[in-house]
Ligand binder design. Sequence first.
Ligand code: OGA
Ligand code: NI
Length: 262
Amino acid sequence: MMHVGREFFHQSESERVKHYSADTKKTTRLSTSFNVSKEKVSNWRDFLRLHCYPIEDFIDEWPSTPVSFREVTAEYATSVRALVLTLLEAISESLGLVKDRISNTLGKHGQHMAINYYPPCPQPELTYGLPGHKDANLITVLLQDEVSGLQVFKDGKWIAVNPVPNTFIVNLGDQMQVISNDKYKSVLHRAVVNSDKERISIPTFYCPSEDAMIGPAQELVNEEEASHAIYRNFTYAEYFEKFWDTAFATESCINSFKASTA
Ligand code: OGA
Ligand code: NI
């Protein structure tokens, strides 16, 4: 997967720009920075974003060059989905829920993928590949090449998550925080860039389908013990709209969905 991702970005600009769009609603698009129509400061990143579940609905929009792109990406997406479903069972059980509980809240399920390309940057101290953020989706499985760049915020400090060959990084996103009623927290992370090396990372964002109703799992909410629902119910479409509407900021939009305590 890393190989076809790199080959995609090493193609000529005229080949790549065929996929360019600033419209965040497009299901297959190449863009730059994070959200060029909202942000004031750009980030040192190009990305190709693909929807990949169900594959048949989207594969015909995917780039057809490099020639193996669709085949390799389809196989990768299918394997990552199987891994995610296993992780969701384990996470459900860790919360004391039946194992298909989280999976059952996701409606028809959704899976997006990004291929992030961070070119070498002449002045890396002046910009980010991606500034600090929390992923809006449920759970992210990140494949990275051998170049460092990812950092997570822990105990008041940014900590480098240096690549370990043949491993994935698994990040929890905002929907997991909501469903678990804050038992799990979505993780603040960012990507820094290097002056001498390009870097590629390929996150798979697993998410609810747009019509899925998300909220704290009822089993985790108990009025008497004062563990009331921290968030109100909302559709994932509502959440995602808010997400794209916000300039990329350290504060995720999760707070807009807090239950009213009045
Ligand atoms: C992302 C992200 C980190 C990285 O795309 O949401 O956090 O290492 N990427 O590129
Ligand atoms: Ni992220």
